[in-house]
Design a protein around this ligand. Structure first.
Ligand SMILES: [Zn+2]
Length: 159
């Protein structure tokens, strides 16, 4: 290990403090400051500068994607939206290139719209037919805190 003042290689050094700065100095240079302790080659706790924080493996993990599920009141949402626009079931069917009977069945909750139909209806009426299903995720370990924050900032910038 090397003396941080004169640069000489020594088997052991002294951790000294001078003007608030901690340095590793050889026996000769230790007189520059107040000797705190003797440091041997094997020891790594040099206290010279802050330690480098290692990144946790968690940072590469993506947060679980939210699941979306057809809203339980999808039929009502569609019917209300349609009535608002004044369109008949037939007209709606024509607009999204589906059969009128399909619209009727969907509005009566007798049929779940396929994802493509639901999307077409969403676009047509400018409504939401899907709801986010909240995943019961375990609390994030402390190691991911930095990532979560960075991710939050990123998503804020997008908006
Ligand atoms: Zn020295």
């Amino acid at each position: 290990m090397r003396c941080e003042i004169c640069g000489k290689e020594r088997e052991f050094l002294f951790l000294i403090e001078t003007e608030g700065t901690k340095l590793l100095a050889c026996q000769n240079c230790s007189s520059y400051g107040r000797v705190i302790k003797k440091v041997r080659e094997q020891q790594n706790n040099t206290a010279s500068g802050p330690g480098i924080r290692t990144l946790t493996e968690q940072t590469s993990k993506k947060p679980s994607q939210p699941d979306f599920e057809l809203a339980p009141d999808y039929a009502e949402r569609i019917r209300k939206a349609r009535e608002k626009t004044g369109l008949t079931q037939e007209q709606v069917a024509a607009k999204i290139y589906e059969k009128e009977s399909i619209i009727q069945r969907i509005e009566k909750s007798k049929m779940h719209p396929s994802e493509s139909i639901a999307k077409k209806l969403e676009n047509l009426f400018n409504i939401n037919l899907f709801e986010e299903v909240k995943n019961i995720a375990p609390p994030a370990p402390k190691g991911t805190a930095d990532f979560t924050l960075a991710d939050m900032i990123k998503s804020k910038r997008k908006k």
